[in-house]
Ligand binder design. Structure first.
Ligand SMILES: NC(=O)c1ccc[n+]([C@@H]2O[C@H](COP(=O)([O-])OP(=O)(O)OC[C@H]3O[C@@H](n4cnc5c(N)ncnc54)[C@H](OP(=O)(O)O)[C@@H]3O)[C@@H](O)[C@H]2O)c1
Length: 244
């Protein structure tokens, strides 16, 4: 009966990028639904801090996802599991294309896009029947501002990748969450003034009149793990931002 009312109960959920922000909120919510969570980020100290807010028995590993070999070894060691969530990403850096160094632009794809691609390659064979993969994009894919060439390209690439994987890996479900502006460490590379202005602009313009929280996005990830009949889809969590 519990499998029907609590489909995540006893399921093993791996969250790459689970030490902070959206990933950590997803880990907490999945654990509250009875899942056994495994969080991964590049920093052991942040993993340890995050584990203090998760139920006993939750696991955490420091893995630098920018290296293919690290991802391959992680999945070889972790064995079978049920759901893969990918939310890892460095702090956002935005600039106009005229000031963008091509090498930096390419490097920024490493953790955001190529590591997710690599995690799907090495992780998918370990996923039990009925499991899923949930990746992350962003509303910048559909509504970029000036300075968003790299971040928008990554978001769009991710959406195409999700659709391709939904076709190729079926019946494994592969979906994507598309957040708008969410209050997390992601924006820490901005000055405090710029960040406050970004949040204020979002509060003023969004239909729902507030900046999103990591917990808002976590609900979408948990939904995508629990549902059984959608694949290759985006769930948008943006306070109505794409409509204004
Ligand atoms: N926040 C937003 O407004 C927003 C909007 C749209 C899309 N997104 C997307 O959401 C994703 C998550 O962002 P967030 O807002 O939750 O940011 P966050 O709070 O900064 O979390 C990012 C996570 O990625 C991990 N990480 C970074 N580099 C890593 C590496 N080399 N290896 C392993 N883990 C690494 C970080 O942990 P360590 O530092 O410990 O490694 C942290 O756990 C990002 O990809 C972002 O593009 C966010």
């Amino acid at each position: 009966m519990d499998n029907l009312t609590k489909p995540l109960a006893g399921k093993k959920v791996i969250i790459l990028g689970g030490s902070a922000g959206i990933g950590l909120a997803t880990a907490k919510l999945a654990a509250a639904e009875g899942a056994n969570v495994v969080i991964v980020s590049s920093n052991q100290q942040r993993i340890n801090n995050a584990l203090t807010g998760l139920p006993q028995g939750s696991l955490g590993f420091a893995v630098d996802l920018s290296q293919e070999e690290n991802i391959k070894t992680f999945f070889e060691n972790i064995g079978k599991f049920d759901h893969l969530v990918y939310t890892a990403g460095e702090n956002l850096r935005l600039d106009i294309i005229a000031r963008t160094e091509i090498a930096d632009a390419q490097k920024f794809f490493n953790v955001r896009f190529w590591a997710a691609f690599t995690a799907v390659k090495y992780g998918a064979p370990n996923i039990n029947d009925g499991g899923s993969i949930c990746l992350i994009s962003g509303t910048a894919a559909e509504r970029p501002g000036a300075g968003w060439s790299v971040a928008t390209s990554i978001c769009s690439a991710m959406e195409g990748f999700v659709r391709a994987m939904a076709v190729e890996l079926a019946p494994l479900r592969v979906n994507c969450v598309m957040p708008g502006v969410i209050k997390t460490n992601l924006w820490d590379s901005m000055s405090e003034t710029d960040r406050a202005a970004l949040y204020k602009a979002a509060e003023d313009t969004l239909l729902l009149k507030r900046v999103g929280l990591a917990e808002d996005v976590a609900l979408a990830f948990v939904y995508l793990m629990k549902q059984k009949h959608s694949t290759g889809q985006n769930v948008i969590v943006d306070g109505g931002g794409l409509l204004v």
